[in-house]
Design a protein around this ligand. Structure first.
Ligand code: GDP
Length: 373
C-alpha cells in the first residue's frame, strides 16, 4: 500500500490491518482500486447503510490540523449553522479563524421560514461577529441541501483567495461535507458525492483536499465537536425528531404569567411575568416534528414526571439519560425583540420587557440574543 493513500470519504490514512479503525480496506480491494477511488469500509457503510461509528478525532489529530492551517497563509471559509449560530462558534474554531482572512458562510438557510429576508440575516450575522471580536471579509447564506447561492459562494472564494489554498472549517454537523460535495459536483466535475456526510458528528477524520480550477487546494477539515448540543445525549431516533430537516414553521403562543411551554421533553420555558402587560407573544422555531405542549407552571413538574417519553417526547425512551436540568433566568427590560436559544434544538422569540425561566439539561447551551427574525 502506498504510504500516501487516504480515504476520499473521511480523509483517514488507508490501512489493511485493523477493521475496527477508520481507513480500513481489505488487501484484495486495495489492489483493485486506484487512489482516487479509495473509500474506507467505515465510509462505505455510513453512505450505504447509514450506520454510525463513534470514533473520536484525537486532540493530537486536531492540533495537527490547527497547526497546518495556522502556519499557512490561507483563506478560511468558516461555516456556521444558521439555526444554531453560537453553537457552531466553539473556541477551537475561533482559534482557527483568528488573524486569518475569512469568509463566513451561514448554511442551512432552507430551515428558516421563507419570508425571512437574507439581507436582515446577514446584517444580524455581522453584529454577532462584531460582538465576538471578528472582522470578516464577506459573508453569504447558502443551503448545501438545495445548492442555493453557491455561485455567490464560489465568486467570493475566487475573489479573496488569490493563489492561496482554501480551508473549510466549522463545528461538526454544520454541513461542511455537504458544502464540499456541492462544490465538487457543481464546479469541479464530480459525478456524485465524494466526501462522507452524516447525521453523526465527526465523520470527516482528516484533511481532505481537492484541486480547484486554478491549481490551489480546497480542504474539508474535521469538525470540532460542541458537547453543549443535544445531539450528543440523544438516540438517533430522538435526534432525528429533534433537529429540523425542512423549513421551520413558526408557532405563536399567547402566554399569561405562570404558564409554561414544554419543547418535547427536552426543554421548557416558564413565563414569570410580562413586566408591563399580562400577555406575552412567544413565537417558537423548532422542528415541526417536536411536540410543543402548553401547561400551567404549577402543574409542570408533575406533567414532566408523568408524561416524559409519551406526551413530552423526544426523548423517546428512558434509556436515553439526559443530564440533569437547570434553569436560566432572563429578565430584560428594554422593548427590543430577543431570542432565547436552546443550542441545537431551536429558539423562541419574545419582545421585552419580560421575565422568564428557560430549563434544559445542564450541558446544553441556553442563551439570549437579539432576535434573528
Ligand atoms: P459536517 O459534519 O459539518 O461535515 O456536516 P455534514 O455535511 O455531514 O451535514 C450534517 C447534517 O446536516 C446532515 O444530516 C446533512 O444532511 C445536514 N445538512 C447539511 N447541510 C444542510 C442544509 O443546507 N440544509 C439542511 N436542511 N440540512 C443540511
Amino acid at each position: 500500500m502506498s504510504q500516501d493513500a487516504y480515504c476520499n470519504g473521511c480523509g483517514s490514512k488507508i490501512q489493511s490491518t485493523d477493521k475496527t479503525k477508520p481507513g480500513f480496506i481489505s488487501e484484495d480491494l486495495l489492489k483493485e482500486k486506484s487512489s482516487d477511488e479509495l473509500i474506507c469500509q467505515r465510509c462505505f457503510r455510513i453512505k450505504n447503510y447509514s450506520e454510525t461509528f463513534p470514533y473520536e478525532v484525537s486532540n493530537q489529530d486536531f492540533l495537527q490540523v490547527i497547526d497546518k492551517i495556522r502556519n499557512e497563509d490561507a483563506l478560511i471559509v468558516k461555516i456556521v449553522d444558521i439555526f444554531d449560530f453560537s453553537g457552531s462558534f466553539v473556541p477551537a474554531i475561533k482559534t482557527l479563524t483568528e488573524k486569518k482572512d475569512f469568509i463566513l458562510v451561514g448554511n442551512k438557510v432552507d430551515l428558516l421560514p421563507k419570508n425571512v429576508k437574507h439581507k436582515k440575516i446577514l446584517s444580524w450575522l455581522k453584529i454577532m461577529l462584531r460582538n465576538q471580536g471578528f472582522d470578516v471579509l464577506d459573508s453569504v447564506l447558502v443551503s448545501a441541501k438545495y445548492g442555493d447561492n453557491f455561485d455567490e459562494l464560489m465568486r467570493l472564494i475566487y475573489k479573496y483567495k488569490g493563489n492561496r489554498n482554501v480551508y473549510i472549517v466549522g463545528s461538526s454537523n454544520v454541513g461542511k461535507s455537504k458544502i464540499i460535495n456541492q462544490i465538487l459536483k457543481r464546479y469541479l466535475g464530480a459525478a456524485s458525492d465524494i466526501v462522507t456526510e452524516s447525521l453523526s458528528p465527526q465523520t470527516t477524520l482528516g484533511l481532505i483536499g481537492f484541486n480547484l480550477l486554478d491549481g490551489s487546494i480546497i480542504y474539508d477539515t474535521p469538525g470540532v465537536v460542541n458537547k453543549h448540543q443535544y445531539m450528543h445525549y440523544l438516540s438517533r431516533q430522538s435526534y432525528k425528531a429533534t433537529y429540523p430537516q425542512k423549513e421551520v414553521k413558526p408557532l405563536v403562543f399567547q402566554l399569561n404569567e405562570e404558564q409554561t411551554l414544554f419543547f418535547g421533553g427536552l426543554a421548557r420555558l416558564d413565563i414569570i411575568s410580562g413586566e408591563t402587560c399580562d400577555i406575552i407573544n412567544v413565537v417558537t422555531y423548532f422542528s415541526n416534528r417536536l411536540n410543543i405542549h402548553r401547561t400551567k407552571t404549577d402543574r409542570a413538574n408533575k406533567l414532566y414526571k408523568d408524561k416524559l417519553y409519551s406526551l413530552l417526547s423526544p426523548p423517546v425512551s428512558s434509556e436515553e439519560e439526559l443530564p440533569r436540568w437547570v434553569f436560566h433566568e432572563f429578565r430584560i427590560r428594554d422593548n427590543q425583540k430577543y431570542d432565547i436559544v436552546f443550542s441545537g434544538l431551536g429558539f423562541v422569540t419574545l419582545r421585552a420587557p419580560f421575565h422568564v425561566k428557560a430549563y434544559a439539561p445542564f450541558v446544553v447551551g441556553v442563551y439570549t440574543r437579539l432576535a434573528i427574525i
